[in-house]
Write a protein that binds this ligand. Structure first.
Ligand code: ZN
Length: 305
């Protein structure tokens, strides 16, 4: 994309009015100016953005051309793009909530033969954080699995496996642990599960497995989220830390010493504890935040390592 391309696009738009110019992934061309290293590429990018700003300023509101753009990274856009007369109306399209996910599943299931006993509510409940494209991919994956198994309809077994694949990655069939390692991993996962089950603020246990996954996890303990969360309480965060450290604790109690398997857990627990002190004012230091406010942290209750 260069200045000529921008100029031509808007020329065509004026000729075709009334019309809509839609720029997908505008962050690729609308990045803050002057932040590169001053290379030729950076200067070209800055010039392209300048041309876009010039074109947008040149529009008469009655010209019949509407300019729209989409981005996943609004924070890196140049401020000039968002000023009045340019992209001055912003619509946030967030991730779908449970009801929305159910509706999206229904749309993508049209034309797919599905076991009538399948509960879409349950699939929607188990897929927090999935975008529309993820849900479409999930159904596609489940349908492929059913076809591979010579089934005429997609059953809950395929959906279960497809959800797992999307959340945890493919099973790593080539990775084999010796018996001692398997025992340690099993104790580690059960440590998460038992500690989680004993805590008031941890979701109900859904699944414990020591099947290794391509994304690098040795085992997984999953808790089923009960509802959408936008806030987390101090006691929920404390319980999450406790559950996260349950794997390491079980290693020490049942296998006699710690292993390297808890690295991700320790990193996660440290992050939550650090955020509680630095961001959320949940420590004896008092109600103060040492970091600029950002989007709230919502930690997931999946413990994978
Ligand atoms: Zn763990």
């Amino acid at each position: 994309l260069g200045t000529n391309h921008v100029r031509n696009t808007f020329k065509q738009a004026r000729a075709a009015a009334p019309c809509i110019v839609f720029i997908d992934e505008i962050d690729a061309l609308g990045r803050k100016r002057g932040e590169g290293l001053g290379t030729t590429g950076d200067r070209d990018a800055d010039n392209t953005l300048n041309q876009l700003l010039v074109e947008m300023d040149g529009f008469d509101p009655s010209s019949g051309v509407i300019v729209m753009a989409a981005t996943n990274r609004p924070e890196i856009l140049d401020g000039a793009l968002l000023r009045a007369g340019r992209f001055d109306r912003h619509v946030l399209v967030g991730l779908p909530h449970r009801e929305g996910r159910r509706a999206i599943l229904e749309i993508h299931l049209e034309g797919v033969s599905v076991d009538p006993n399948i509960s879409l509510d349950s699939i929607a409940a188990r897929t927090p954080g999935f975008a529309g494209a993820d849900l479409a991919g999930l159904i596609n994956e489940a349908a492929l699995l059913a076809a591979r198994r010579n089934k005429s309809i997609v059953t809950s077994a395929e959906f279960d496996e497809a959800i797992e694949r999307q959340m945890l990655g493919l099973q790593h069939k080539g990775l084999v642990y010796n018996d001692k390692e398997k025992r340690i991993i099993a104790y580690h996962e059960i440590g998460h599960a038992v500690v989680g089950a004993l805590l008031e603020n941890v979701d109900p246990l859904q699944k414990v497995t020591i099947t290794p996954r391509m994304l690098g996890s040795r085992g997984v303990t999953q808790f089923e989220p009960q509802e959408e969360r936008n806030l987390q309480t101090e006691s929920e965060l404390r319980d999450l830390i406790t559950m996260t450290l349950g794997g390491r604790a079980a290693e020490i109690v049942f296998c006699g010493e710690a292993t390297t398997g808890a690295q991700n857990d320790l990193a996660q627990a440290t992050k939550i504890a650090g955020d509680m002190v630095r961001k959320f004012g949940m420590s004896p230091l008092g109600s103060r935040s040492y970091e600029a406010a950002r989007q709230a942290l919502i930690s997931s209750s999946v413990s994978a390592h």
